[in-house]
Design a protein around this ligand. Structure first.
Ligand SMILES: Cc1cc2nc3c(=O)[nH]c(=O)nc-3n(C[C@H](O)[C@H](O)[C@H](O)COP(=O)(O)OP(=O)(O)OC[C@H]3O[C@@H](n4cnc5c(N)ncnc54)[C@H](O)[C@@H]3O)c2cc1C
Length: 494
């Protein structure tokens, strides 16, 4: 075969490979758009009159006195691209830009700029250090300190400082006999790390919280400092605003696919396929396709992170690409109830041994409550409709038993949101993917993500810039544990 035909064959093969790779997880319509986009691009770059057209374009701008070309709607390149502009993506963008505002570009791609379905906007906003794993306690302690100084960290010149409405009322976990050993074990870890948590026997619980029914309770664990709740929307907005003020670019669009370079290596008889991803396709709000080149990619797409991973063949290939990211959306309901004679202002966020929880909401006799469904009760996740029967059957009965004042309530409203649920061990999946040297994850928080966001942003910044952990070592949260099938369970999941 002569050299010319060999080259043609090679080129067409790599083209077919790229196209077939791209078809994973993309709708036929979007694939057609990507193909058209590519054809258009090729037509432009092969146009023999291209140079003349560019000169004409520049000349006409100079004639009009416009010396800078218009900013493209979607930048064509960014050293760091973050997929997902929720609390994680925004905290990461902030931490990166805060470290070095002028040294690199950070682009955040968000498909739902009003955050109507984002977990961050639909969260309950609780923060606690009552975890069973050291790393989670440390992440939450770091975040508590950050939130304490949030005005200093996230204020933007000429704007009101952020007001995240932190309510320092604490968390109260309750344990029956079955849960006492674990509670004591976790408490030891928490105290050693500096968390302000006290264990209370039923008699002391009753003294401190007279509205509580302690029947069947053996021990309570109460966080009296750095625990409570805040307004998640205010924190998300503050991170985003600050990140933008430091130079991060937010782009409105949905990531729908990637372009791959095939760097296959031949070793002896064996051919080792190696894909490199440095280009993504995004669809803007008008349906137009854009291609963005990136150096590093951070996937912080919350409950939908595994979908993005699939676009990178993660979980659909072989070898290191075989293992999927075990994160999926799980619907969780939050009910707002009115109770005139409820526990009142000093009520902490109470978690009954059944898993049902409640806390005060504002100062007008309102409370919010909920409970994670049992595995056999997991609702359909195709929509965010609320099931009020779940309240009647699974939330209200245990709460009335624990807080008798809740016998007399009215449900005033409710909403549902998605947990970014890690089905493997209910813990964050953090750090690099072992196959791609430029793809990183921050996902799978399973209901405790909003409080971790400040620390997660910092940790990702350290990993990307310092190439190691400086503040909190999160290596145990890397994907390796999933590849080696060694789960790292967090016991305190609400
Ligand atoms: C009801 C409820 C109560 C909760 N309570 C608490 C609590 O009390 N304390 C706590 O710590 N945590 C709580 N959480 C969990 C917490 O809210 C989440 O862990 C956290 O918000 C996750 O943030 P995120 O940025 O990863 O995800 P998200 O906020 O979901 O952000 C991800 C973003 O990615 C975008 N995206 C997805 N796919 C694409 C794509 N292809 N292209 C572009 N953009 C894309 C989405 O639009 C979304 O905005 C709760 C969650 C829920 C639902």
């Amino acid at each position: 075969m002569n050299k010319f035909y060999f080259n043609v064959l090679q080129r067409s093969r790599s083209f077919i490979e790229r196209i077939s790779y791209r078809t994973y997880g993309i709708s036929a319509e979007d694939l057609e758009k990507i193909k058209k986009f590519k054809e258009e691009k090729e037509k432009i770059s092969n146009d023999p009159n291209r140079s003349a057209k560019i000169l004409k374009d520049e000349f006409s701008r100079y004639k009009k006195g416009v010396f800078r070309p218009p900013e493209p709607k979607v930048p064509k390149y960014s050293e760091y691209v973050v997929i997902g502009g929720g609390i994680m993506g925004s905290s990461i963008a902030y931490a990166m830009k805060n470290r070095a505002p002028d040294s690199f570009e950070v682009m955040v791609i968000e498909r739902d700029p009003k955050y109507t379905r984002s977990s961050s906007a639909l969260s309950v906003g609780g923060i606690r250090q009552q975890f069973s794993l050291e790393e989670n306690v440390k992440l939450s302690l770091y975040s508590a300190d950050f939130l304490r100084n949030v005005k200093q960290h996230l204020s933007v010149l000429d704007d009101d400082p952020p007001d995240i409405q932190f309510q320092p009322q604490g968390y109260l976990f309750l344990a029956t006999e079955a849960g006492v050993d674990q509670m004591i074990k976790s408490h030891k870890i928490q105290r050693e790390l500096g968390a302000k948590i006290e264990l209370l026997k039923p008699v002391h619980l009753k003294q401190k919280f007279p509205w509580l029914n302690v029947d069947g309770i053996e021990l309570g664990s109460y966080g009296f400092e750095n625990e409570g709740w805040f307004d998640p929307w205010a924190l998300l907005s503050a991170f985003k605003k600050k990140a933008c003020s430091l130079g991060a670019t937010y782009v409105n669009g949905e990531v729908i696919g990637f372009e791959f370079e095939n760097h296959s290596q031949v070793r002896g008889e064996e051919a080792l396929p190696l894909l490199q991803a440095n280009y993504l396709y995004l669809k803007d709000e008008l349906g137009d396709i854009h291609c963005v080149e990136f150096g590093y990619l951070v996937i912080a797409a919350g409950p939908f992170s595994a979908e993005i991973a699939r676009l990178l063949h993660i979980g659909e290939g072989s070898g290191l690409l075989k293992v999927p990211i075990p994160v999926e959306p799980r619907k969780r309901y939050v009910y707002v109830i009115s109770c005139e004679d409820g526990p009142g202002i000093d009520m902490p966020l109470v978690i009954d041994p059944s898993g049902a929880y409640a806390r005060r909401e504002g100062l007008g006799g309102k409370y919010i409550c909920g409970r994670s469904p049992a595995p056999h009760e997991e609702p359909d996740v195709s929509n965010l409709e609320v099931d009020y029967n779940f309240f009647d059957n699974s939330v209200w009965p245990p709460l009335c038993h624990r807080i008798p004042a809740f016998n007399s309530i009215k449900v005033s409203s409710a909403w549902a949101g998605y947990y970014d649920y890690n089905t493997f061990d209910q813990n964050v999946i953090f750090g690099p993917h072992p196959y791609y040297n430029n793809v990183f994850f921050a996902t799978g928080f399973s209901g405790h993500g909003i409080q971790m966001a400040p620390a997660i942003g910092r940790s990702m910044m350290e990993l990307l810039i310092d190439k190691c952990y400086v503040t909190i070592d999160l290596q145990r949260f890397h994907l390796n544990r999933i590849f080696h099938d060694t789960p790292l369970h967090e016991q305190n999941i609400v």
